[in-house]
Design a protein around this ligand. Structure first.
Ligand SMILES: [Zn+2]
Ligand SMILES: [Zn+2]
Length: 416
């Protein structure tokens, strides 16, 4: 299997597919799968743009909407994770992953999915200490800080990934695992990005939970983006395993944004399918998922070994068997909002969507797993609703006033 790996996408799908097709012609290869490591910008229309954390002057629609509307078909199966520039409303309705457009699959806020017999895990967003333990409380219209914090990685999503026992071929994180720079040519990195030196030397560059996951899961490959620079490293684990790390740039002319990787022992046959072990993990952990500000009350203070997923593995096996082999097919793509129409849609500044849309794919997955729809649970401060969030719900704060894009310089995120 040949995989094209892309750093940040930043809405440039046309250019990325064109680059791959050019490369296929010149090199005489066929790429089976495109993987994008975040800042994908699955922006369907101008209202979605209002749910994306980007300074107003950089707000651009990009080309994704054409793939969403069906005007253009993605020529290569495409898999992506979220970064810190995304249509937060759209990715939230597909929290567990799914098709954002025909042939374009979102891993989820965290998840494991198969493409042929290639097993890929991923963690969306970027790490920020102050939001790590919180629940997923951000909702459209993402007023104030919520437009930024919606992309901050949550402990709950990492907790689930730590329960993965079966081998992963590839893992994706938008920001780099902390400490990874020490396993490659640092001097070369500092020549290209001088400002990273201090953070690397104080070991504050990158994501601590991603570092934990790298050491625990030991995937064959780990791909990242976010810092807009190419960087390769190899981490040797005990017992002769190693992880090849590669970070890539964003899609711009003359930049290292794309690399084709050959994984000869893997076949693309069968396309995207759901992963049995991950389904068991989703089922086993659903009750701990806080969708309010309240931290997720994880068992044993977040020690992932406290969750025994074995009974859930059996439940999943029986469930999938009873439905048949098609039960591993992800639910089909279906549009939940109108796609942008350049002739009729004009920008409604500050008019972000104000509710979570129920995505039929998420509904179908919850029905498969016999779980309730936490993603669209009402969020109006009614104490009765808190009961629906399980034992950890609490009375909710009133919805914030609809001010938009109060961007705060609270974190040194790399902007566009
Ligand atoms: Zn980024
Ligand atoms: Zn980026």
């Amino acid at each position: 299997m040949k995989i094209a790996v892309e750093g940040c996408c930043h809405g440039e799908l046309d250019a990325i597919y064109a680059s791959i097709q050019h490369l296929e012609r010149v090199e005489g290869v066929k790429v089976d799968l495109l993987i994008c490591c975040g800042d994908f910008q699955a922006v369907r229309n101008l209202d979605d743009l209002e749910c994306m954390s980007v300074p107003d002057k950089y707000k651009e629609l990009g080309t994704f909407y054409k793939y969403y509307s069906g005007q253009v078909h993605a020529p290569i199966p495409t898999l992506f994770i979220g970064g810190n520039h995304e249509a937060a409303n759209y990715l939230w309705e597909l929290y567990y992953g799914g098709y954002v457009a025909p042939n374009i699959y979102y891993v989820g806020h965290s998840g494991v999915v198969k493409f042929g017999d290639l097993r890929v895990g991923g963690l969306s967003g970027i790490y920020k200490y102050h939001d790590y333990k919180k629940g997923h409380h951000e909702r459209p219209p993402y007023a104030g800080h919520a437009v930024k914090t919606a992309y901050h990685v949550r402990e709950f999503d990492v907790f689930k990934l730590k329960q993965v026992k079966q081998e992963l071929d590839v893992f994706l994180s938008h920001d780099w695992p902390r400490g990874i720079a020490n396993f490659g040519n640092k001097q070369e990195l500092f020549r290209k990005k001088k400002f990273l030196k201090e953070e690397v030397e104080s070991n504050t560059l990158g994501s601590p939970p991603a570092e934990e996951l790298l050491n625990l899961l030991k995937p064959r490959y780990w791909f990242s983006a976010h810092l807009h620079v190419k960087y390769a490293a190899v981490v040797k684990h005990t017992n002769n395993q190693s992880t090849k790390f590669l970070a890539l740039d964003k899609c711009l002319p003359h930049r290292d944004f794309l690399q084709v990787i050959d994984v000869p022992d893997k076949s693309p046959e069968g396309g995207f399918t759901l992963d049995d072990e991950w389904l068991a993990i989703l089922k086993a952990n659903h009750e701990f998922h806080s969708v309010t500000q309240r931290p997720a009350q994880l068992p044993a203070y977040g020690n992932h070994e406290a969750v025994d997923i074995n009974p859930f593995r059996n439940w999943i096996a029986e469930r999938l068997n009873s439905i048949g082999p098609e039960s591993r097919q992800p639910p089909r793509f279906s549009a939940t909002r109108a796609a942008h129409d350049p002739l009729t849609e004009t920008r409604r500044r500050g008019r972000a969507p104000d509710k979570v849309d129920e995505n039929p794919q998420t509904r179908a997955l919850m029905e498969l797993l016999e779980l309730d729809m936490k993603i669209t649970a009402p969020f109006d401060g009614n104490p009765k609703d808190s009961q629906r969030f399980g034992p950890f719900g609490a009375s909710l704060p009133p919805p914030p006033p609809p001010t938009r894009h109060v961007l705060v310089a609270d974190d040194n995120e790399i902007e566009l």
